[in-house]
Design a protein around this ligand. Structure first.
Ligand SMILES: [Zn+2]
Length: 255
């Protein structure tokens, strides 16, 4: 897995733009949702796109640098950003090891946020979901007087409540009536986790509709082994996905 601390900002901007395109092409993100990454040396800063659909970002000039402490832009005159950036800031604040975050509304995953059926790993590419299943964050547990009811994680206390669900090495947290958030040590890793969270949800749903007598979820040992496997092979799907977005002229990367 790439170590962000040794990579230049220019390289990371290019990876960020390509990663945003991959997440769109793979249907993890549509016009909504976002990728972010932590500054490789200034760990109290992170980067996100300005307020545009991830598939359309094309230039480093469209990337905004934020403070981890409060999710405010480093440049106070910066253009408009996403309203849910506290998802990202509160996770970076709580976990030094996290260097990239994805927030998605992928429709295959949403049923598992509202049904009480745990999203559990049904194949080896999703061992990071853990044998017990991905925890579910219920925003209503964290709302305070004055908070909106639009389900968005708009402030520090709502983001902190979400971040706490990643304690103990959790890689993906579901969000009731909303979607999911994934974390990783690199953009490549968090993109892989996001894609395979969505694929696992589709496969699990297909298995459940078969009215099977049982479902052979991965065991605890199998999830650990599979997680190690995907971490050591992330460059293979990443290389394919990069070529796929390069071959599609919707996506432009000028970094
Ligand atoms: Zn959202």
């Amino acid at each position: 897995m790439p170590d962000n601390s040794t990579l230049s900002l220019r390289t990371l901007f290019s990876t960020f733009i390509t990663g945003s395109h991959i997440l769109h092409q793979q249907n993890v993100l549509d016009a909504y949702g976002h990728l972010s990454f932590r500054h490789p040396t200034e760990h109290s800063h992170f980067f996100m796109s300005r307020y545009i659909a991830p598939g359309t970002i094309s230039s480093p000039s469209e990337i905004i640098e934020y403070h981890v402490s409060n999710a405010e832009p480093v440049d106070p005159n910066e253009t408009k950003g996403y309203s849910e950036r506290h998802i990202h800031s509160e996770i970076y604040k709580r976990f030094d090891s996290v260097h990239a975050v994805v927030h998605s509304h992928a429709d295959a995953v949403v049923p598992y946020t509202v049904s009480g059926v745990p999203l559990r790993p049904v194949f080896h590419m999703a061992g990071f979901l853990r044998a017990v299943g991905a925890p579910v964050y219920d925003i209503s547990d964290y709302r305070r007087d004055g908070d909106k009811f639009d389900m968005l994680v708009r402030n520090e206390h709502l983001g902190k409540g979400l971040a706490e669900h990643f304690d103990g090495g959790v890689g993906v947290v579901l969000m009731r009536g909303h979607g999911f958030t994934a974390v990783g040590g690199s953009m490549e890793e968090v993109v892989l986790r996001s894609v395979y969270t969505m694929k696992n949800a589709g496969i699990q749903t297909a298995a459940l509709t078969q009215r099977a007598a049982w479902l052979g979820y991965l065991s605890e040992e199998e999830t650990i082994g599979s997680t190690e496997m995907t971490q050591s092979t992330v460059t293979r799907p990443w290389g394919l996905w990069v070529r796929e977005v390069e071959a599609d002229n919707l996506y432009v990367n000028n970094a």
